[in-house]
Design a binder for this molecule. Structure first.
Ligand code: GLY
Length: 352
């Protein structure tokens, strides 16, 4: 697969990726290498990764606990302390080997450590392959507020190897599908149709096209002043739902994709009410999403708590919640204001 050129780095695939990584390490002459993993990627991905790494540099493994609940500043402090004790300096390299928590947190840790050291992303889940590892967003959550603290920082390279997907559950693979649907709906109808037809569909094709789209969008608007906001489609309501389930002790957490899938249905519904998004396309999105994800019965009593969480969305300006809505497939309107009443109606529509 042809490497994809991002702003200041390349996304490389498979064998070429490993060759480029070894070349990078030798070229930059790093003093030491820190591989950031969680207990799962340590057990299942690290053994697949390490034989590919051709270097005589000192390698240390830093393991953190898996899960969104650990994507916070306390974990960062632990990593900063660990690498400090191990003698990391400005010429050290961090390699993130894991899902979105590892790549987001690892990129943030690297970008703040001694005012910034190099990092390389090796995403191991579908979600981090098609979204988190590309585009330069790094950061951690603050309490249940997702990605509240972070910065834009580009990796030295991203290495995509689908082989790591054999290490994750079906549920985790599905979690990444929501982002692929999002790319289809907002940017590339052909991709959306391919997801529906499922005939010529290979995961490799979906991954490659998704990364191309993400990269095209980010190249045009790296700091999310305009176009990049389309990547938030479904995420305004979706993040609030994800946070709500994360903080509810008596409810099982949703994966990011499960929450965003609900958010996309709700925000498509709102698009039919506030813009000209056609009803039949709303139905198509709902059908596609529900062909992949089980429907979750949202409790009406939880709606006000979900809406409260929306008010903390980091995309808000002057206390106003900003939505990306659809005029049509591939045709969006940014910064839309939506009443609470309509948000509730959209949650009810999802439940129907
Ligand atoms: N995940 C959305 C973005 O990278 O902009």
């Amino acid at each position: 697969m042809k490497s994809i050129k991002a702003a200041s780095y390349f996304v490389h695939f498979k064998e070429k990726g490993y060759q480029e990584l070894s070349a990078l390490i030798n070229e930059k002459n790093y003093s030491s290498i820190y591989i950031l993993v969680d207990e799962n990627t340590m057990e299942y991905c690290y053994p697949k990764f390490i034989p590919h790494l051709e270097t005589d540099k000192r390698i240390e493994v830093i393991e953190i606990e898996s899960g969104e609940i650990n994507k916070n500043l306390e974990t960062c402090i632990g990593v900063w302390q660990a690498i400090t004790e191990l003698g990391a300096d400005r010429k050290s390299l961090i390699i993130t080997l894991g899902g979105g928590v590892i790549t987001d947190l690892g990129g943030f840790v690297a970008s703040c450590f001694k005012r910034g050291i190099d990092f390389v992303n090796i995403p191991t889940t579908l979600l981090s392959i098609v979204d988190a590892s590309v585009g330069g967003k790094t950061g951690v959550d603050l309490g249940v507020l997702k990605n509240q603290v972070g910065l834009f920082a580009n990796p030295q390279m991203v290495l995509i190897d689908e082989n790591y997907l054999t290490t994750v559950t079906e549920r985790e693979i599905k979690s990444g599908m929501a982002e692929i649907i999002k790319y289809g709906v907002t940017y590339d109808m052909k991709l959306f149709n391919e997801i529906n037809n499922r005939k010529e569909l290979t995961l490799s094709n979906l991954i490659y096209r998704s990364i191309q789209i993400k990269n095209e969008v980010v190249l045009q608007d790296p700091k999310e002043n305009s176009l990049r906001k389309i990547l938030n489609f479904g995420h305004t309501i979706g993040h609030a739902i994800e946070s709500f389930y994360l903080e509810s002790e008596n409810k099982e957490n949703l994966t990011h994709g499960e929450a965003i899938a609900i958010g996309m249905i709700c925000e498509s519904y709102i698009s039919t009410k506030l813009l000209d998004f056609p009803d039949n396309k709303l139905r198509q999105i709902k059908e596609t999403v529900l062909s992949i994800y089980d429907s979750i019965a949202l409790d009406k009593n939880d709606f006000s708590a979900i809406i409260d969480l929306l008010k903390h969305d980091k995309k808000n300006v002057n206390g106003q919640v900003n939505f990306v809505l659809l005029n049509d497939f591939e045709d969006y309107k940014l910064d839309c204001k939506v009443t609470e009443y309509l948000i509730v109606e959209s949650l009810e529509y999802y439940n129907l």
